[in-house]
Design a binder for this molecule. Structure first.
Ligand code: HEC
Ligand code: HEC
Length: 298
């Protein structure tokens, strides 16, 4: 009897030991992913300085892609998350002021961050939605960078990111992919949009508007509490089934649904409301073209 108990005791000891080794392995794997400098082969594009390109860039940055929603109204940097389980994460200052990346960034650094999800120091960016911005056409990416280079400098150094042990473990097991992991770094990029209004333009705007970050990759809604705020089903399988274009436009422009419900500001309609009629029509046509998908559930 005593012998058996001893055996069980040794067995449990060995199991606990193994578990500790596995967890440590996963932890160090996560840490090394967090600390690694990622190299990417950036394909240079030429950055224009025309007023027209800068205005297009401003529209993309402030309205369609809502960079200001995370990086602050003047893109001066803002606290993004201090969730005790994930750690401290700032969306950094993008201007050329003190602590701003605009001070040292080259054109290829901007491309590296937006198209490949890699920061100026080579770190894989977390929760920065580059997996969607990678869809920018060359023309639009160049316009975005042209505008970012004109930002008035704001002095605002933000603290470096500080990941917790549990975030390192999540990254170690692959449960928290960075944008870098999700991007095809060798693809070809389009030169420019092929049409003004239409389904393809709508799909493009949904990509670079990062709608999928919250509404799910296929737009059938997201339910995970981890990460961006979960948004509802935008296909005809959801509440939008009976909506007209006017209902949709009102939801984006005024944050008001046809039943008179005010949308929360976790849905960035206050940024999107500045989209043009052509843009909203395109997005609507694209959403209408999707098969009705059942709302995502556990
Ligand atoms: C959902 C929030 C969010 C949105 C929207 C967003 N960002 Fe970010 N961005 C972040 C966070 C968070 C980081 C820092 C990530 C890290 O340190 O791991 C970041 C990092 C960056 C960096 C890297 C800076 C460095 O340290 O090298 C650049 C450049 C950047 N963002 C530009 C943009 C631009 C331009 C847009 C719009 C096209 C944008 N971001 C939209 C959250 C966001
Ligand atoms: C940062 C997360 C986030 C992003 C990005 C986002 N949404 Fe939303 N969206 C939400 C949330 C959360 C709600 C639900 C708000 C509520 O019910 O109060 C919502 C609601 C909506 C609704 C109303 C749906 C309904 O059933 O009432 C529409 C339409 C919508 N979003 C369209 C879009 C489009 C189009 C984009 C991209 C251009 C987009 N959203 C991007 C989070 C987001």
């Amino acid at each position: 009897m005593r012998k058996n108990i001893r055996r069980i005791g040794i067995g449990i000891g060995v199991l606990v030991g193994l578990l500790v080794v596995v967890i440590l392995g996963v932890f160090f794997n996560g840490r090394s992913k967090l600390n690694r400098a990622y190299g990417v082969a950036v394909v240079e594009i030429s950055i224009p300085s025309s007023e027209e390109a800068i205005a297009r860039g401003e529209h993309l940055v402030r309205t369609v892609s809502d960079c200001t929603g995370c990086h602050g109204e003047n893109l001066e940097g803002a606290l993004f998350s201090d969730d005790p389980s994930l750690g401290v994460l700032y969306a950094p200052n993008l201007t050329a002021g003190e602590g701003g990346v605009g001070r040292s960034y080259s054109d290829s650094d901007w491309i590296k961050a937006l198209r490949h999800g890699v920061g100026g120091d080579g770190r894989a960016l977390l929760l920065m939605p580059s997996q969607f911005y990678t869809e920018y056409t060359n023309e639009d990416l160049a316009a975005v960078i042209a505008y970012l280079k004109t930002l008035p400098p704001v002095d605002n150094p933000t603290p470096e990111r500080n990941a917790t042990v549990s975030l390192s473990i999540l990254i170690g097991v692959g449960a928290f992919p960075s944008a870098y992991d999700l991007i095809d770094h060798d693809r070809d990029w389009d030169e420019r949009l092929s049409e003004q209004v239409g389904i393809e333009t709508g799909e493009y705007l949904v990509d670079i508007g990062a709608c999928r970050d919250c509404h799910g990759l296929n737009l059938s809604g997201r339910i995970e509490e981890n990460g961006p705020p979960p948004g509802p089903n935008l296909t005809k399988g959801g509440e939008l089934v009976g909506w007209s274009y006017e209902d949709f436009a009102l939801a984006i422009r005024e944050g008001m649904t046809p039943t008179g419900r005010q949308l929360a500001e976790t849905m960035p309609w206050k940024a999107y409301r500045g989209m043009t009629e052509e843009e909203l029509r395109s997005i609507w046509q694209y959403l209408q073209s999707l098969p009705p998908l059942e709302t995502a559930s556990e």
